[in-house]
Design a protein around this ligand. Sequence first.
Ligand SMILES: Nc1ncnc2c1ncn2[C@@H]1O[C@H](COP(=O)(O)OP(=O)(O)OP(=O)(O)O)[C@@H](O)[C@H]1O
Ligand SMILES: [Mg+2]
Length: 244
Amino acid sequence: MSSIAIYSAKGGVGKTTLSVNLAWAAATRSNRRTLLWDLDAQAAATFILGAGRPKASAREVIERSLDPGDAIVATAIPGLDLLGADASIRGLDVLFAQLDKKKRLRRLMDDLAKRYDRILLDCPPGLGDTGDQVIRAADLIVMPVIPSTLSRRTYAEVRDHLGRQHKGATPILPVFSMADRRRTAHCAATAAEPDWPVIPMASAAEEMADRHAAIGDYAPRSPVTAAVTQLWTMIERRLAGDKA
Ligand SMILES: Nc1ncnc2c1ncn2[C@@H]1O[C@H](COP(=O)(O)OP(=O)(O)OP(=O)(O)O)[C@@H](O)[C@H]1O
Ligand SMILES: [Mg+2]
């Protein structure tokens, strides 16, 4: 099992959109047994995928008072399961701090390793205890970055935090998100980092919550679908390289 966290200290940068679509690509393009774990109490990924209600609350899973299996539901996407979020994890940073188990998330994911080939984490924004748990749990961090000076600064901040607090142990892959070629600032930012993958801005991406589906399912020809598929191939190659 390999785990991929879609993470940023910044809110509203496209983490959930990328999480759902990368999970779709893992399940349908690479035929991986895939779990998407929604760690954000806003529960946007859970809402988009619109799966059934689990028996357990998201908090009970983190507390380890119930088996994660009781909280997992199947989605309409073949090969993709969901461990959903709900309001019970609103204070997730505080909960992790109280539990005082630095690798709790990693251990919970290890318990699921036999059932899944890929676990993707849709993370809440922030650099608190949840972020640290995620950094310790993930094999790879994918960080969406809006092509702007402030977002690139956040990337540098997260990269430095990883280097300082986590000895740079978890690799981080920055990805431009919502790139709009009509905007001068976006063009300048993407030109400054020509090696970073780019997910373009497209109205199809905004329809996910109404359609309760991944973009690839309803807009297979969208440039976002092509970019997500290409990014997933790159991630698979990287994971294979890390294991080699
Ligand atoms: N490639 C894209 N093209 C157009 N709109 C997009 C794209 N990616 C994301 N969006 C839109 O931008 C908004 C924020 O995206 P999303 O919810 O994925 O961000 P987030 O980082 O998960 O936010 P939060 O920090 O609140 O969890 C949403 O309305 C989403 O539909
Ligand atoms: Mg989100």
